[in-house]
Design a protein around this ligand. Structure first.
Ligand SMILES: *[C@@H]1O[C@H](CO)[C@@H](O)[C@H](O)[C@H]1NC(C)=O
Ligand SMILES: *[C@@H]1O[C@H](CO)[C@@H](O)[C@H](O)[C@H]1NC(C)=O
Length: 311
């Protein structure tokens, strides 16, 4: 060991004793690049730990340095906590609605008067509302039925795939793999509706200005995003090497992970279309949540490319 490395090793614990603390759901495919990055690539000063949670933790608990969540939860939190920043995109997912043709459904418009499963207040609820609106359907034109997701067959009672199989619902829209599992079990009776330009989940990494302005933390955050970026390269270009790892992390079958992989884009950065997408979604959420919309100038600040620029 060189002397400067020796000194750095001695003093690092004094300067910087806490591991990066990251709040994320631990159940979904979208979160899996994070444990992969920590295990295989992250070289920050004191490790990194994932805790069950999300962007709401950044707003309420300063022990969290980072969080991952869909843009829906990001916008809901940012509305009341303007120090939150979206710094990286882990995954973009074009959600899908699966419907049962045996219930007389061949087009989106046929969902009028039907029972549709989703989870209101989440990105899935936003998706169902927006996609059905393209067929001229208002929320009052159909019945929303709550349910649970299923990661692996057999799907338990109360999960969407079980509800559609037993005709308690006619269709549902949610993140994967529940839609895939239902489509597989409905077979030729399954019909899928999807439009990424109307709605896609933008599952993102967030931090706060306080953390980003702390030089030691920022160094670790850059290192973590660098590790994530290496991970996304593998998820994109060598998916065969990760299906089983992803499946084990979230309790799925690897064949189902493979089947839904094309719906997941491991994008990292974003383009000019993200801002208008968020402006539109925020207008929708503000109405639902009975709050003022976030100004476009504030949404521009929310999208912080400075960490990506440092990679
Ligand atoms: C998705 O929506 C856009 C905008 O309304 C529309 O132009 C496009 O045709 C739709 N794509 C599909 C596959 O329906
Ligand atoms: C992230 O990784 C990709 C390789 O997949 C690379 O092309 C890109 O330059 C990296 N991004 C940054 C900002 O370093």
């Amino acid at each position: 060991m060189h002397m400067h490395q020796f000194l750095a090793a001695c003093f690092a614990p004094l300067l910087h004793i806490t591991a990066l603390k990251i709040g994320t759901s631990l159940q979904w495919i979208e979160h899996t690049p994070q444990p992969y990055a920590i295990k295989n690539f992250y070289k920050g000063a004191s490790g990194a730990s994932l805790s069950s949670g999300g962007v709401a933790n950044l707003a309420s608990d300063t022990s969290f340095d980072l969080a991952a969540n869909a843009e829906t939860q990001g916008l809901k939190q940012y509305a009341g906590h303007k120090n939150i920043r979206l710094i990286y995109i882990v995954c973009e997912v074009a959600y899908r609605i699966v419907a049962n043709k045996a219930a007389g459904i061949n087009t989106l418009a046929d969902l009028k008067g039907k029972r549709i499963g989703t989870i209101p207040g989440t990105s899935a609820g936003v998706f169902v509302d927006k996609l059905l609106a393209t067929a001229g359907l208002k929320t009052s034109d159909y019945t929303v039925v709550s349910g649970n997701v299923c990661m692996k067959t057999p799907c338990a009672s109360g999960t969407f795939p079980q509800q559609i199989a037993s005709k308690q619902i006619d269709a549902f829209g949610i993140w994967e793999p529940a839609v895939e599992l239902a489509a597989q079990s409905l077979g030729s009776n399954a019909i899928i509706f999807q439009n990424a330009s109307i709605y896609r989940e933008v599952y993102s990494l967030y931090s706060t200005t306080d953390k980003l302005n702390d030089p030691a933390k920022r160094k670790d955050i850059v290192e973590f995003v660098r590790a994530l970026n290496k991970t996304l390269d593998i998820f994109t270009n060598k998916p065969d090497t990760v299906y089983q790892t992803v499946a084990s992390a979230v309790g799925m079958d690897a064949s189902v992970v493979k089947a839904v992989w094309p719906d997941h884009k491991w994008t990292g950065t974003w383009g000019a279309d993200l801002l208008p997408f968020l402006v539109e979604e925020d207008t929708y959420l503000a109405k639902k949540d009975n709050r003022a919309t976030i100004s476009k100038a504030d949404l521009e600040k929310f999208l912080d490319t400075s960490i990506i620029a440092e990679l």
